[in-house]
Design a protein around this ligand. Structure first.
Ligand code: GDP
Ligand code: MN
Length: 396
């Protein structure tokens, strides 16, 4: 589950990580109130107005703007709220902005120039350990840094048995070239950040930029946080942070119906039982010259109701030109699935794309007969290859 910047910062703050403080607003009027409140709390007269959408690169797209007085807060918030923000990480249509974070300006002038760093905590899948990845090149695309100046990216791996050790936090601060107060602040920052990542069961905490202010404070200016869905049951308070408006609407609906669905770009819808078979089916579709339009695992009980729900989900995608149903009857009997397909089809009236059903396993022959005798525009297959050939046929 991905979070908004303001939610990520709330979590960081609860673990003692210093953040750029802010208040979320859904209207220009609320933004003005937020700015006034922040001025009372922090003494700042300048504010940054930041679009809250699940996409990075907001600054480049005009979704992060500095306001030097209350009038500008109102104007800028009015422009950003309701806009379709296009960034390098969104589609061409962009993402609708429903709310902004009104934050204190932390790039204030002082003894030193403010400096931006990059820092993230994530799982290194090849070693199976968490790591802190960081760089002096903050504020910009880390992918670009990785490509052009990979020697400026450092990593610190954490032994799960002992956790992050003091010398490791100090090494991070050292490699970032810090000394004195900033060095101490950075070791505190890194320690608290790792604790936040670990105890919130997250899969990613990306802070870009981490800022060294002109008076040598170290603070999180941005926060990209992903919490592991499988651990959400342990964090009821985080569960409430889910913003369904930011997620794929078909995927949200599928989740509510208990179906495992991932939207993809292709033209062949698939309905399969079991994740492994679903992956194999997607390969099959590719081999036949098509592209899967989705991953869909209907699970063990493919009754008429589930099949119908799955049909409806698949058909919401206008690029679907054919549907391949591939079910292995192990626990569930093929004839029951076939009956489910037939009932669902009849319930839905007409379906305007060809359907190929491959049922293999217990009672596969009875199932094939049911489908063939149903009089519906559904083609049946028993072998994997046969199904692939039929997909190829209907696509050409
Ligand atoms: P992103 O573009 O989606 O990654 O959003 P960020 O939160 O990282 O903000 C983008 C950029 O806005 C930062 O890299 C900063 O350069 C700038 N920015 C953020 N906060 C402030 C602030 O308080 N004052 C000023 N002057 N600039 C800021
Ligand atoms: Mn950023």
């Amino acid at each position: 589950m991905n979070l908004h910047e303001y939610q990520g910062k709330e979590i960081l703050n609860s673990f003692g990580v210093e953040i750029q403080r802010g208040i979320v607003a859904t209207t220009p009027k609320e933004a003005v109130e937020a700015a006034k409140k922040l001025t009372e709390q922090t003494g700042t007269g300048w504010h940054v107005i930041k679009a809250q959408v699940h996409a990075g690169g907001r600054g480049k797209g005009g979704g992060v703007k500095l306001a030097k007085n209350i009038k500008e807060v109102e104007e800028i918030a009015g422009k950003i709220i309701g806009m379709d923000l296009v960034t390098p990480q969104t589609s061409a249509e962009g993402k609708r902005v429903h709310q902004v974070l009104v934050a204190e300006d932390v790039y204030y002038p002082g003894d030193n120039e403010p400096e931006e760093y990059y820092m993230s905590v994530l799982l290194n899948r090849s070693t199976g350990r968490n790591m802190i990845m960081y760089s002096t090149e903050g504020g910009m695309d880390i992918e670009t840094v990785a490509e052009e100046t990979p020697h400026l990216i450092f990593t610190e791996e954490i032994d799960p048995a002992v956790g992050l050790l003091g010398f490791q936090a100090r090494r991070v601060a050292f490699n970032l070239g810090l000394s004195g107060k900033a060095f101490k602040e950075m070791t505190k920052f890194v320690t608290a950040l790792y604790k936040a990542y670990n105890e919130s069961d997250s899969s990613l905490f990306e802070i870009n930029p981490v800022l060294k202010t002109s008076d040598d404070r170290i603070i999180a200016v941005d926060a990209k946080v992903s919490i592991d869905d499988n651990a959400l049951f342990r964090h009821k308070d985080y569960m409430e942070m889910r913003d369904k408006r930011e997620e794929n609407s078909v995927e949200v609906e599928a989740k509510e119906k208990g179906l495992n669905y991932v939207d993809l770009d292709g033209n062949v819808g698939c309905m399969v039982n079991g994740a492994g078979l679903a992956m194999a089916t997607m390969d099959l579709i590719k081999q036949a010259g098509g592209e899967p339009a989705n991953f869909l695992d209907v699970g063990g009980t493919a009754d008429a109701e589930r099949v119908e729900a799955a049909f409806k989900l698949i058909l919401k995608d206008p690029s679907v030109k054919a549907i391949l149903i591939n079910i292995f009857g192990g626990i569930v009997r093929c004839d029951r699935v076939a009956q489910g397909v037939i009932d669902a089809y009849k319930n839905m009236g007409t379906i305007h794309v060809p359907i190929i059903v491959r049922l293999q396993g217990t009672n596969a022959d009875i199932a094939k007969k049911l489908i063939d005798d149903s009089g519906l525009d559904v083609q049946s297959a028993i072998e994997f290859q046969e199904a692939a050939d039929k997909v190829k046929e209907v696509l050409s």
